[in-house]
Design a binder for this molecule. Sequence first.
Ligand SMILES: O=P(O)(O)OC[C@H]1O[C@H](O)[C@H](O)[C@@H](O)[C@@H]1O
Length: 452
Amino acid sequence: MNTICLNITKAAQFLADGAVNAYEAKVNDARKALEEGTCPGNDFLGWLHLPTSITPAFLQEIQDCANVLRDNCEAIVVAGIGGSYLGARAVIEALGNSFGWLVGDKKNPVILFAGNNIGEDYLSELTDYLKGKKFGVINISKSGTTTETALTFRLLKKQCEDQRGKEEARKVIVAVTDATKGAARAAATKEGYKTFVIPDNVGGRFSVLTPVGLLPIACAGFDITKLVGGAADMEKACGIDVPFSENPAALYAAVRNALYAEAGKKIEIMVNYQPKLHFFSEWWKQLYGESEGKDGKGIFPASCDFTTDLHSMGQWIQQGERTIYETVISVEEPNSHLLFPSDEENLDGLNFLAGKRVDEVNKMAELGTRLAHVDGGVPNIRISVPKLDEYYIGQLIYFFEIACGISGNVLGVNPFNQPGVEAYKKNMFALLDKPGYEADSKAIKERLANEI
Ligand SMILES: O=P(O)(O)OC[C@H]1O[C@H](O)[C@H](O)[C@@H](O)[C@@H]1O
């Protein structure tokens, strides 16, 4: 099989000889613990063999539901946050036209994302845009109680029903949520919406290959069978029987732990040279940030879009504090072909590029940056991807998931919980006088009165 390819040479050179291989035993133990379900958070391992266990019948059920939405909607709003949002957006943006909303594509509905913020302007501009439009909603929430998403869904449900009538709205509202618990499930049961279940043992940030990601991706017109196929091939390539030195996820987990623990590299910057991958980095940041940032530990996952950010963050990366390393996703072959034209007057002095592909310049920018950053003390991990299509994005998704599971275990944390996220929610609910938070409300208000 053609495959994404990991190169850690320019990261390992910043470590003592053998430092990466020194993690072999720990990484193998972590991989085994995932396989045998003996690691911390072992009730959240449903993602591990998900790609190879998804059946064609289930993919067809998702596709059928997507087709109903596609046939009946000019716009589909995907309401969700965090793991109930980022995976779908990452894939749809990586595969879609960068100017999709401007080109008036008649084949595919516009996919919009909401429920991922509480911006009043954002929501009123969204609801204004949807006025008079035939739109549908995919309401995605594992807990079914997340405030940002629930608030947005309340607005959209009402607008959809007002515009299309309750009967028709029922056809174009879908819930992806817990099997029994939460407000999203309660509304779906009462209204009779089509629903998909998020399995209990798959955490939000690992859920892109469940209907959480697959339904919106299918709605956008992309091939979910190919996506899952890529992930399934990567599941095999990172399997328990694959030796450390040949297992890309094992090597990535090893080198990042070595950079962190042995070389003080506390920040990993996920870098792309294709703006379409911006949201892939956002997905990756949640995956690694929530999985590893706990117990006072964890690499801080950051991201940059190059060459764009070379003109803003490039200075820091080249000469700032040497606590960073880069992981570059490099796409070997763009899907388009565009040559620079020759210009008789050559006023811009760019005739030396005439006849070259745009990508040739981009690749030289990438190579030049890699050399400069390595010279400047920034270790470089490179993941090359043959092209941006469903199959290779599927490979990348599973690669980062399994590497994350291994890496978090090597770090010595439970990579499958996120207890820290509750702190802001508790304060917000107390401040908003949510029923059930009376004691917290009293305490927080007293605290604020004393602080002022
Ligand atoms: O799917 P939901 O239950 O709505 O959760 C959405 C997101 O919000 C939470 O606060 C968590 O930190 C995330 O891990 C989760 O993906």
